[in-house]
Design a protein around this ligand. Sequence first.
Ligand code: ATP
Ligand code: MG
Length: 437
Amino acid sequence: MYLSKLFIPITKDLPAEAKIKSHQLMLRTGMIKQSSAGIYSWLPLGFKVMKKIEQIVREEQNFIGAQEMLMPTIQSSEIWKESGRYNDYGEEMLRIKDRQGREMLYGPTNEELITDVFRSSLKSYKSLPQLLYHIQWKFRDEIRPRFGVMRCKEFYMKDAYSFDLSDEEAKKSYNKMFYSYLKTFNRMGLKAIPMSADTGPIGGDLSHEFIILADTGESQIYADKNIFEINPDLYKLNDQSLQKMREDFSKVYAATDEKYKEEEFNKMVKKNNQMITKGIEVGHIFYFSDKYSKPMNCTIDDKNGKKTFVKMGSYGIGVSRLVGAIIEAKYINEVMKWPKSISPFDVVIIPSISKNNKENLDKAEKIYDELKKQNIDVLLDDVDENMSNKFKKHDLIGVPYQIIIGSKSKGNNFEFKELNSQSEILSLEKIKLKIKK
Ligand code: ATP
Ligand code: MG
């Protein structure tokens, strides 16, 4: 893509409500455009990043055997009346009527709908366990939408649901999701901390929020630094190993203010290992047993033909929130550097261009064609502008690698730079290897 052709409407005058870096940066680089309070259009640059995040989420869900499907955004109120949540959900739910006057709603989550799909499809314990997920827009009429895409009304979420015969079996599904989440966030260059969370009236210890560290986060967190030493890649995808992983995590202190107790924290964590900071919730997993299957009469026949309520859990990742959350975690000293796995482009070529010298642009175009042939996603900055402005712009767009065609690039060797490090002079072959690594 040539930068001059890219639809990237840079916003210069930031609105007053854009208080945090990610919101400002997403507006400044034309990743999003607000359409009304808490509702955004995703423009090409932002959309590209979100799609890359979505694909990583998808691959890691598939890896643990979850199956992708798609449920609608608009749901009938009937199933919500069955579960009892139609009244409980309150004003966050966007309620609508169709032309026949039927009560509908824009789904804020999908427990009811998936339970309805499940109960009309599967009846035997032989079909269990099942893990189903979809990646779909949600709507919650948040009272105070803020922080750009991080807390908005319409947002893109991966939500998965597990179905098991017993609490014990369900725990295994839960552990798989726990593992999948750690791997998902790792692949995005993030260190997410699983925090045991409040389960509300249902009780039990099976709820975790996955939180990444960022000063602008809404969650206050208390954790033992040793939590970062546990490496999910050292565990295998089998029930025993995943149970061990969960136990290893549960030995290390990590809690949000909901569950935090000062005394316990001081007892369990040495002073210099104590981490008290802010974080952003990017995922939440939850085991709720028969909370929905019971009122919705979703049963399964066990080995003896006896009907039992299917045991369920739900597992969310905020795909659109992650775009903002990653910026919050990675934007340092006015430079945004996307993790390679989700960067909107693999590399940007920045030629020094002037009116009477098009030589550098010619060179840049040749390199561009060459890299394109190798399936490298290249951005070429063909805009006639001075180099210092160009560099400032690319510090914001955040493509991690730059090929700079100026005085230092001679013959077949070019100036190559990784954002936030020193540049070096390399042949195109070496550059290709670095990008592909
Ligand atoms: P929060 O505590 O941040 O309000 P929640 O607990 O209501 O979130 P869940 O129902 O657990 O959210 O939803 C799963 C995930 O969806 C969250 O971890 C978060 O990443 C994302 N999410 C929830 N609400 C929003 C929102 N208003 N805007 C963007 N993403 C959201
Ligand atoms: Mg939550």
